[in-house]
Design a protein around this ligand. Structure first.
Ligand code: SF4
Length: 337
């Protein structure tokens, strides 16, 4: 990529895993630096199939999906952007499978496509993260001013995206957020759908769960919509801090729903075989029971999950909630606003 500072580089961003969190930040940063960004977009059947056929069999579903996104892009770009996100918060780490994503992408491309893989690690302090951003910027420009501008713009874009998720908008395609598509519209039944972003917001692997719930007259609450203060309070009550950054959010959100009865029911989406979530699942189910929280159903999805079985379970869960007294009890609890 030595000619990168004169030619416009086509940089691919695979649409899986942390894309659902940072995709807009990454895109904005790279575009501001002058790159042409190519994204693999929403997961499709062919993306899933190619990922499943090429990835390690023991990998979890989101890693297989990610593999498929890498394969979908590899012949269309000059390089792929796959940051190695080690830690996004002090004293916590991301899952080991995420740490190895740049290596996985390299293997998927058989070393034929360069991988831009800055390491983001908040254990090591801000300076090393600044260096990671700078080393990426240097691929495109020698101007520190341009890098700084790109970084600030990307950060603002990220904050805007986060705010929209908090307000109950949910992403489609290239993380578009349509203000007319809101998860809550004043329905009587309110259900939390909690899980990793790539489990909750990937329309294909979750069979359009969020859209379906809305069309069934259910208000949906995601972990992004739970007041941070309530989630933090729950985490501070745990006997030991959790080790994983994103699982903290999941546990905090579920336990806030349990203690404050923010919802009538909780659907926890887990991918098979996910090590961290299998531990977190036990914590959440036990604590939800102990706190007398709303009914909770854990849905484990993998590439074999059939649509009819999946939907039957959702419908049965909703029927049970509609009949239960939990709906009436919720009227006494604080609203999410
Ligand atoms: S947290 Fe679980 S689902 Fe996510 S990448 Fe790790 S193993 Fe896979």
């Amino acid at each position: 990529m030595s000619a990168g500072k004169t030619a416009v580089l086509k940089i691919g961003i695979p649409g899986g895993l942390l894309y659902y969190r940072y995709g807009r930040l990454w895109r904005s940063f790279l575009e501001e630096l002058g790159a042409q960004v190519v994204e693999s977009g929403e997961t499709t059947r062919s993306i899933l199939s190619s990922g499943v056929s090429k990835a390690e069999n023991e990998s979890c579903l989101p890693v297989k999906v990610f593999y498929g996104h890498v394969l979908a892009l590899k012949d269309k770009v000059d390089a792929l952007f796959v940051p190695r996100v080690v830690s996004v918060k002090r004293k916590t780490h991301t899952c080991p499978k995420m740490l190895g994503l740049p290596d996985l992408a390299r293997a998927a491309c058989e070393d034929q496509v360069p991988i831009i893989a800055p390491t983001i690690d908040f254990q090591t302090g801000l300076w090393s993260n600044y260096q990671a951003v700078y080393s990426t910027g240097r691929i495109f420009t020698d101007s520190p001013t341009l890098m700084l501008r790109a970084g600030l713009k990307a950060w603002r874009e990220y904050r805007r995206y986060q705010r929209s998720l908090k307000e109950g908008l949910f992403p489609r395609g290239r993380l578009e957020l349509d203000p007319r598509r809101r998860l809550c519209s004043g329905n009587e039944l309110r259900v939390a759908v909690i899980g990793h972003h790539y489990n909750v917001y990937d329309t294909f692997t979750t069979m359009s769960l969020l859209d379906r719930l809305r069309s069934m007259g259910v208000d949906v609450v995601t972990a992004d919509m739970i007041p941070e203060r309530l989630a933090r309070e729950e985490l501070s009550r745990l006997p030991k801090p959790l080790y994983w950054s994103y699982e903290e959010e999941i546990v905090g959100a579920i336990l806030a729903c349990s203690r404050h009865r923010l919802v009538d029911g909780i659907i926890f989406i887990i991918s098979f075989p996910c090590g961290p979530d299998s531990i977190v699942r036990v914590i959440c189910e036990q604590e939800n029971r102990r706190l007398g929280g709303p009914p909770m159903m854990t849905m484990v999805i993998d590439e074999h999950t059939g649509e009819s079985g999946f939907l039957t379970r959702i419908e049965a869960f909703l029927d049970m909630l509609r009949r239960s007294s939990a709906v009436r009890e919720r009227e006494k609890v604080p609203s999410l606003a």
